[in-house]
Design a protein around this ligand. Structure first.
Ligand code: NOJ
Ligand code: CA
Length: 557
């Protein structure tokens, strides 16, 4: 069993103590806050907004790539893993960010692009040379330009060979070796090859460099993509298990999070957290939030209905069955995250009102695992349509526009001329902004804050609390579930459909009565041993459970 094999690599896995109660904020640095009027967000801008991020209830940041880069994939094309891109500041500024965050009890995690570099990286440029050198094998090259292969680029330079790409053509794959090298293709190096081992050692060095400077961990880009010809991903998992062993030994408070979308593999490989984005058929995340046309990253995805779709035609089981399959495997070992969105997905707010967004947040902030808020989703920033692609964003560009802070020039993002901004600000005159929402207790921003506070106040609602679905019928609404631990029990009911709905579920020895602590007007009554909920359209409620059966009053409101 893969699991057993990996378990032996790290005998006593360690989970960072802060993770259990954490809410993450994903921050796209170029669009957050520009403090030197060059039209691009910067590290100083992040430092100035740390208190805002903390006010959301988020105590950790995932910072999208901030390293030197030609920016043909927004920084996912790294040119120097050891240097901050000058447009954001310098290494000392990043260390200042770590320190300023730590002073506030917050964490900062970096984005580690482990599988590839930019074609401008000096390692790759050396590997392109026709003359053999230290870096010739750091990337995957065939022995002749006439040798065909999938995802190979032909005729790039003087070297007689084609190189393997990982994503865009200018992102050559670093050489982590082949799990099953084809004997007829001697350029497919085994994982034990010294040059492959040198690449691996370099990745360890990069991680140590930033962890030693104060980083609190990494979100690893395309973490599943490292070893080639690795059908069951056994060698890729073995590599990450080695990384996790280093974390457990030397950086036990640092976190490893994967863009893998297969928690059952990623967590067993050693990641503490994996993102729920593309796993399951149909993908669980899509079924929950993004099945309708345009809302899914994949434009060829079939149109359909997600559960959080006010037409009420979604099916919670499409999400839940896949989620549970993974959750039950990883439950005591790591966490699944259901992000509100990210820099690759169309904005959550696309086609949704602020009230509808509140129901999404009510679920995301009360599920097990770690909630991730993509910057701007907390105020319901819109997908900006019809933008010209920026830095390899293509259809993703509209989810990467500047943060809307207030009603001043450029929505408070930058003092630069509007024509000089990294991307234009959402032109909608009714665009949401932080300043306006601050003063409205019923704004999405303040609902997100309340939900985050509730989560933090009640450990049963945090990452480890048990998760028990109570009402999750195919094609029906609402979705009702219980979160529990020794300190208490909570019931959460979510109705994203525009129709009023009713549902009943059985009480248990842990649920004697329900007391609403957050949410809309939801009626609850007890009939025999059943709880019956009546929910208006687009509503949610969080209940604290009271005295169990037989112990007196079962007062419900
Ligand atoms: C996933 C990242 O989230 C995306 O933005 C990037 O383009 C690819 N990986 C390639 O690194
Ligand atoms: Ca700037």
């Amino acid at each position: 069993m893969i699991g057993d094999f990996l378990q032996n690599k790290y005998m006593t896995p360690i989970t960072p103590s802060w993770l259990e109660s954490t809410v993450f904020y994903e921050l796209y640095p170029q669009s957050f806050l520009d403090t030197n009027s060059d039209g691009i967000g910067d590290i100083e801008g992040i430092i100035r907004k740390l208190d805002y991020i903390k006010s959301l209830g988020a105590n950790a940041i995932w910072l999208n790539p901030c390293f030197a880069s030609p920016f043909r994939d927004a920084g996912y094309d790294v040119e120097d893993f050891y240097a901050v891109a000058p447009r954001y500041g310098n290494n000392a500024d990043l260390v200042r960010l770590f320190e300023a965050a730590h002073q506030r009890g917050m964490k900062v995690c970096l984005d580690l692009v482990a599988g590839h570099t930019s074609d401008q990286h000096p390692w790759f440029r050396s590997s392109c040379s026709a003359k053999r050198n230290k870096y010739s094998n750091w990337y995957v090259w065939t022995n002749s330009v006439w040798e065909e292969g999938d995802n190979m680029i032909r005729g790039y330079g003087d070297r007689d060979g084609n190189f393997l790409t990982n994503f865009f053509y200018h992102q050559p794959s670093l050489n982590y070796g082949y799990a099953n090298p084809d004997p007829t293709k001697p350029w497919q190096l085994p994982v034990s090859h010294p040059d492959v081992q040198a690449v691996r050692a370099e990745l360890f060095k990069i991680m140590r460099y930033w962890l030693d400077l104060g980083a609190d961990g990494f979100r690893v880009d395309m973490a599943h993509s490292l070893v080639k010809a690795d059908p069951d991903l056994k060698e890729t998992m073995a590599f990450w298990a080695d990384v996790r062993a280093m974390f457990d030994l030397d950086y036990p408070e640092a976190v490893l999070m994967s863009e893998w979308s297969d928690p059952a593999k990623a967590i067993l490989a050693g990641f503490h957290v994996d993102f729920m984005l593309a796993f399951g058929k149909p993908p669980a995340y899509t079924s929950l939030l993004r099945k309708e046309k345009g809302r899914d990253l994949n434009p060829s995805a079939q149109d359909g209905h997600s559960y959080f779709d006010k037409e009420g035609k979604g099916n919670i089981r499409e999400f839940l069955d896949t989620y549970l399959e993974h959750y039950l495997i990883i439950k005591d070992k790591g966490y699944i995250t259901i992000p509100t969105g990210n820099h690759d997905c169309p904005r959550l707010a696309m086609g949704r009102t602020q009230e509808e967004l509140m129901t999404v947040f009510a679920m995301i902030m009360t599920m097990p695992g770690i909630p991730f808020i993509y910057n701007g989703d907390e105020i319901g920033m819109r997908q900006v349509e019809c933008l010209i692609s920026k830095e390899g964003g293509y259809s993703r560009t509209g989810a990467r526009t500047p943060m809307q802070w207030d009603r001043t020039l450029n929505a408070g993002f930058s003092d630069a001329a509007s024509s000089n901004l990294y991307l234009p600000v959402d032109p909608d005159p009714g665009r949401p902004n932080v300043y306006d929402q601050e003063s409205d207790p019923m704004s999405l921003l303040n609902v997100v804050r309340r939900l985050a506070r509730l989560r933090k106040e009640h450990s049963a609602l945090c990452a480890d609390g048990n998760f028990i679905p109570l009402y999750a019928e195919p094609g029906k609404y609402p979705f009702i579930y219980q979160r529990s631990n020794a300190s208490g029990d909570f019931v959460i009911a979510i109705n994203p459909s525009a129709q009023p709905v009713q549902a009943s579920f059985c009480g248990s020895h842990r649920i004697g009565s329900l007391h609403k602590i957050e949410g809309n007007k939801v009626r609850c009554q007890v009939v025999n041993a059943d709880f019956q909920l009546e929910m208006p359209g687009i509503s949610y409620a969080i209940f604290k459970c009271g005295a169990p059966f037989g112990s007196g009053l079962r007062n419900n409101n």
